[in-house]
Design a binder for this molecule. Sequence first.
Ligand SMILES: [Zn+2]
Length: 239
Amino acid sequence: MKLFLTFVIFFSLIQISTIFAADFSYSGTTGPAFWGNFNETCLKGKNQSPIDIPYNEFIKFSKPDNVEFHDAHDVVIENKGHTIEISKNLDAKLKIKDNEYKLLQFHFHTPSEHRVNGRYYDVEAHFVFTDTKDNLSVIGVFYDVSDRRNRFFDPIIYNIPDENVKKTIEFIKLSSVIEDINWMNSTYNYFGSLTTPPCSEGVIWWVSYPVQPIGKNQYLKLRDAMGFNSRYTQVRNGE
Ligand SMILES: [Zn+2]
């Protein structure tokens, strides 16, 4: 009996350590409903992202100061399994209350994480900026499948690596992103969080509207590489 109990305890411990050692995912016991196991902010936070945004709350010309997106050379693309992320040598910045934020990385979600009047879009790109004190600000851009391909995605789609592999992309036309969204012509600005564990709060969000086009094949390649990677919408602050 004693030996049996030892076995039960031993195997339970293995199981628990497996759960906590595992990376987060978008389904099952490591999915969004269980992200509190990775960090309790995911469960108990009061300013969590993403959220459903009422269409009439997008505001014209509400944007950070000095937004600059320059084309980039020799950037790194990584297939992290749960997303495709582009980092290194990115030349983009913005200013919030005299604090300068630089573009650290950008990545994608299929379908979109934020919603507008309950509707989601095929893709959402997150451009993640950070200042010298590690404060974060993210620009979110929606894309919907269209018969028009989006040239910005070409070098990304052609270079998607295998899972957990990195590659270098020689040139990426980052300037076209900010041109397409008209230098953030219309945005929804709020204090939210990272949309993946550890779900840290204090993130300054700028969700941009309207929706941009992405070609059908571009979308399919991106979606096939990442799968479903969208957290369900969270309760808006104070509601
Ligand atoms: Zn994201």
